[in-house]
Design a protein around this ligand. Structure first.
Ligand SMILES: *Cc1c(COP(=O)(O)O)cnc(C)c1O
Length: 432
């Protein structure tokens, strides 16, 4: 099976008769109904990516727990939940989203470096499958919370394997200087301690070394260290039945060629196949990244002294990845034409020079009012959006075959303003 790489491959988005469509629906038709900017996702893209994981791991005892932070709309989580997915959550809010979307608590993993006691309590009340603990103080706190509730918290210890994920520094999480996990050298001691705690049911180990990995080598290094650790702990009399391998598999934003899932799964099997452990996987980006786009309109074309600017109605508050991670997103006209490409800076209207989607990008001339799609925006797009510059959150639309649904309506200006409250001394005209 050889698919042409690139952001449209397997995404659910394709040109039909020159019009970019999500499955059977033209993006231009959605734009006419919901107005730009908006996020659009393809159910076929989401499901296809999930099924590819499920198929690759069909012969291993593995639960695929969708990393909710990548795209946390209830309809997206629900799409995966219906296929049997679990969820990886990093806050009480995400845990509540996963439960509301129909993910059973027995398939939910709670990760994150700074869980509060209130979050721990809530998680234990739900009967959550697993809480990944990242430090000794966190372990002590969780034990205390569980004992007070007369429960035992199912715990995995997150290992920091000190492996360079070879990805962007801001999404590298497995080096010893990163805040995540417990150092390899300390795991045995912490595991022994965990196994003796009345409020803790020690189940195993977890790793997550980073995001947008396009090479198997860092995974192999981290997983090999993890397998050695399992052997060492068992030799020490510490039982463990599960491993959580995290997420991190990259996608093609441009011309990257991330490792095929079959290779990833074969590597996992080769390293852990004989250990008799149940596995959890926590993919986020690789499930949703290429199954979503951000559709925007051209507001203006500005000829600067040295370059041309294409100003969109979408901005960094809607999609922060280009400015936060220097990320490349393919930008395409929604209606294809045979116009010659010219270099242009694609920017938003926000008052920041960082509000730039692309610099000196070769694009066919885009006219004011014309639609463009920013591809591969399904992961860490809407989920990271804000109302900076008092721009309302944009709609999210989910397509399935020839139908679509608005899964988050555009925030109204009334809703935006209603979030604020005036203190008495400003609200009362008598008090000057
Ligand atoms: C962010 C995160 C993931 C998902 O990472 P992707 O790169 O989106 O697959 C999985 N596990 C943990 C613990 C995370 O923090």
């Amino acid at each position: 099976m050889s698919e042409s790489p690139g952001p449209l491959s397997g995404s659910g988005f394709a040109y039909r008769n020159g019009a970019l469509c999500a499955e059977g629906v033209a993006l231009a038709d959605i734009a006419a109904a919901v107005v730009t900017p908006f996020y659009c996702y393809s159910t076929a893209g989401l499901e296809g990516h999930y099924q590819a994981y499920a198929a690759a791991f069909a012969d291993q005892r593995a639960t695929i727990c969708y990393a909710v932070k990548a795209s946390s709309n209830l309809a997206i989580i629900g799409t995966f939940a219906r296929l049997g997915a679990g969820a990886d959550v990093v806050s009480e809010g995400e845990l509540r989203r996963a439960l509301a979307a129909g993910v059973p608590p027995q398939r939910i993993v709670f990760s994150g470096v700074g869980k509060t006691r209130a979050e721990m309590e809530f998680a234990l009340e739900t009967g959550i499958h697993q809480i990944n603990v990242e430090s000794v103080p966190e372990l002590d706190a969780l034990n205390a919370v569980a004992v007070a509730m007369n429960r035992r918290a199912p715990v995995m210890l997150r290992v920091n394997p000190d492996v360079d994920a070879l990805t962007h520094a801001k999404i590298s999480t497995g080096k010893s200087e990163n805040k995540f996990g417990i150092d390899l050298a300390h795991i045995a001691g912490v595991a022994r301690r965990a196994a003796d705690m009345p409020g803790i049911e020690f189940a195993g180990l977890a790793v997550h070394i980073g995001s947008q990995l396009t090479d198997l080598a860092p995974f192999r290094l981290a997983f090999t260290k993890l397998a050695e650790l399992v052997a060492a702990l068992r030799a020490d009399g510490i039982a463990l039945s599960r491993l959580d391998l995290g997420g991190g598999l990259g996608i093609a934003y441009r011309d990257e060629s991330p490792p095929p899932l079959a290779d990833y799964a074969a590597m996992v099997k080769g390293i852990f196949g004989n250990l008799g452990v149940a596995l959890a996987l926590e993919p986020g980006r690789s499930l949703v990244g290429n199954a979503g786009v951000l559709v925007a309109s051209a507001v203006a074309v500005k000829e600067g002294l040295t370059r041309r600017f294409l100003i969109l109605d979408a901005a960094m508050n809607d999609l922060i990845r280009p400015t936060l991670y220097e990320a490349w997103h393919e930008i395409v006209p929604v209606i294809a034409g045979s116009r010659e490409a010219v270099p242009v800076d694609v920017v938003g209207p926000v008052c920041e020079t960082g509000d730039t989607f692309a610099t000196q990008r070769m694009l066919p001339p885009i006219a004011v009012g014309e639609l463009v799609a920013i591809l591969s925006a399904g992961a860490y797009g809407a989920a990271m959006s804000s109302t900076y510059n008092s721009r309302p959150l944009v709609p999210e639309v989910l397509v399935r075959g020839s139908e679509y649904a608005v899964i988050r309506p555009r925030q109204s200006y009334a809703e935006l303003l209603a979030q604020d409250r005036l203190p008495d001394w400003l609200d009362d005209p008598e008090r000057v």
